[in-house]
Design a protein around this ligand. Structure first.
Ligand SMILES: *Cc1c(COP(=O)(O)O)cnc(C)c1O
Length: 239
């Protein structure tokens, strides 16, 4: 795992160099979903501090282990919720996650407002955007985002930090450049339309396409299988 993390960091550095950006502008999130807590400890020992998970139950379990882990508590790692989120599970997230990347509907945003208000916490969130209008994926279409921001912008416990996308699966990451560029353009436009909002994050790029995503302006990349190895879902559903 150490060498893979080094490779990803080096590739991010080079992609930044090619596009005139600074590597510090890009947060590497290790996607540890389906992997045991020990995988988090190992990645932590190689400098990873941000972990992506897509199931609330897994965040609860791993967060509990983290609370007992004196080795990691001094400079505690953070969890990012990156998977599709059911409304009835939102209540478990306050205090456990640094950011929710997967706000894909207005009712979900309203639920986040409600549950974070109860705990008097502020939720940092990203709106998920279905950049290629794939039927299998959730998220707002690009042209729906402005309306969604309009509807969420005054929620007192929801901090709108930017956008996230899961680009289409492809063998050739260059094919996703157009989608990453479209999301960056959207961010630039929405920053102008909503100057009071703290929109600045673009969570885009995975194992197969993070370098192109960084060239196109990603501030967060979510890299799972390249760092942690292939995921084993047994014969259960994949996600
Ligand atoms: C699983 C997952 C990733 C990581 O995918 P890899 O291809 O394994 O790097 C990133 N983002 C989301 C939303 C995911 O569900």
């Amino acid at each position: 795992m150490e060498i893979e993390i080094q490779i990803v960091r080096e590739n991010i550095r080079k992609a930044c160099e090619r596009s005139g950006r600074k590597p510090e502008e890009v947060l590497l999130i290790g996607v540890s979903k389906t992997k045991p807590y020990e995988a988090i400890q190992e990645a932590y020992s190689f400098g990873i501090r941000d972990f992506g998970e897509n199931k609330v139950q897994e965040i609860r379990d791993k967060f509990a282990l983290l609370q007992e882990d004196s080795l990691l508590l001094k400079d505690a790692p953070s969890f990012h919720m990156i998977g599709s989120l059911q409304k009835n599970k939102v209540k478990y997230l306050p205090g456990r996650v640094k950011m929710i990347h997967s706000i894909d509907s207005l009712p979900l945003a309203l639920e986040v407002e409600k549950e974070y208000a109860k705990k008097e916490e502020l939720a940092s969130v990203l709106l998920e955007v279905n950049v290629a209008k794939e039927e299998s994926k959730s998220g707002f279409f690009l042209e729906e985002v402005e309306q969604a921001l309009e509807e969420c912008k005054d929620l007192p416990h929801v901090k709108l930090c930017g956008f996230m996308t899961v680009a289409p699966f492809t063998e050739n990451p260059e094919e996703n450049r157009v989608h990453f560029r479209a999301l960056k353009n959207l961010l630039t436009n929405m920053q102008k339309k909503f100057p009071a909002l703290p929109l600045k994050e673009l969570s885009m790029g995975m194992s197969g396409d993070y370098e192109v995503a960084v060239e196109e302006g990603a501030t967060m990349v979510r890299v799972g299988s390249f760092i942690f190895g292939a995921r084993d879902y047994g014969n259960a559903h994949k996600s």
